[in-house]
Design a protein around this ligand. Structure first.
Ligand code: NCD
Length: 357
């Protein structure tokens, strides 16, 4: 495997992804064949935000490969609570581990961490930005249950503005030909323009719709998401969006018998309990696939030891990111980095001329 870190799924080559996918599918068939694959290796799981599936599935993956793990699940129990910078924490943790998995509330934090780590950094969710290993979970699920990744009609419903899982998933699925996206959200929670622009650069297409009923009969896949309460500036605003989309048995009657319902979980109130019993609901299976795809990723990244490449970035001190949730707003020492597309390398936010930062 060529890649040094996994920050954004789109940076992974198709060859690397196919290697991970094939390995994950082999691990599903014969998991015990890999039980010594990472013997003696250590994984760090550094979680600045809550997690159940992502953290446990990474830890389970490492244990099932014969390795071990260390880390924190709450920054309050680490020196972060004493004011330690992300740069210092990552440099230290990278000395103790063979790979670092990081989840952080700021957009672009995983990219920032990768600048200070001598071992591979894996993005386990950076604010409302991206979540590439959830995407790999989703791709494995679609590949296993739908037989391929091309030519699907995919509905994505809920918090399309703040949901990092849907951002990553669309960017990835737009890389496979013939997919059409139905973006189901309120006006307030529409998909950010940088994701729509990413679709426009491909031969995939999208339409924005406001109700599940409008499109459920057309869909091969319906990807439900939770309204991301923690990303709202106040609870009143959250309440105006909560409960707008609820998938129930009535709506499922309009769906094809081959539809699959996916959800990154946790679900709150957007899917009723009766849907859990419907064989088309595959989200618990999806969570299981998450462990296998992370096993495959760790195996490839740690044992393959991707050459540490220099990212394609241009430092530019005259520009600053306009995204208030960008990691550069919290960690002031970070260099301002502009991608070749002219956006912030950390979070994909637009840049503006710097005024005395
Ligand atoms: C998601 C996340 O953390 O972004 N969960 C996950 O990783 N499985 C989705 C969410 O929290 O809504």
């Amino acid at each position: 495997m060529q890649m040094a870190h996994l920050i954004d799924f789109s940076e992974m080559s198709m060859a690397d992804w196919n290697e991970v996918l094939t390995t994950a599918e082999d691990m599903i068939r014969s998991p015990y064949q890999y039980s010594d694959a990472c013997k003696g290796r250590v994984l760090a799981t550094v979680f600045y935000e809550p997690s159940t599936r992502t953290r446990f599935s990474f830890q389970a993956a490492m244990l099932r490969l014969g390795g071990s793990y260390l880390g924190f699940s709450d920054p309050v129990s680490s020196s972060v609570s004493k004011g330690e910078s992300l740069r210092d924490t990552i440099q230290i943790v990278a000395n103790y581990a063979d790979a670092v998995v990081i989840r952080h509330p700021s957009d672009g934090a995983a990219c920032a961490a990768s600048l200070y780590s001598r071992v591979p950094v894996i993005n386990a969710g950076d604010g409302g930005h991206l979540h590439p290993t959830q995407t790999m979970t989703d791709l494995l699920t679609i590949h296993q249950l739908k037989g391929g990744l091309t030519g699907h009609r995919i509905g994505l419903c809920g918090d399309l503005l703040n949901g990092r899982t849907v951002h990553s998933l669309i960017k990835a699925m737009a890389g496979f030909p013939g997919n059409h996206f139905y973006l189901i959200s309120t006006d307030r929670l529409r998909m950010p323009s940088y994701i729509l622009d990413a679709i426009k650069k491909t031969d995939c297409t999208y339409e924005e719709v406001s109700s599940i009923e409008d499109c459920i009969g057309e869909l091969d896949i319906l990807y439900m998401t939770r309204i991301q309460k923690e990303r709202f500036s106040n609870v009143e605003e959250y309440r105006t969006q909560a409960g707008v989309y609820v998938l129930d048995g009535e709506k499922m009657k309009k769906a094809s018998k081959d539809l699959i319902i996916m959800h990154p979980l946790p679900k709150v109130d957007e899917i009723t309990d009766e849907v859990d019993e419907d064989p088309r609901a595959v989200y618990f299976k999806q969570a299981e696939y998450g462990m296998y795809v992370r096993m495959a990723l760790l195996y490839k990244l740690i044992s393959g030891a991707g050459a540490h490449s220099t990212p394609l970035v241009r430092p530019n001190t005259a520009l600053s990111c306009t995204n208030p949730r960008c990691i550069t707003k919290k960690e002031a020492y970070l260099p301002s980095l502009v991608s070749q597309a002219g956006v912030c390398c950390y979070c994909d936010g637009p840049m503006y001329p710097e005024v005395g930062r």
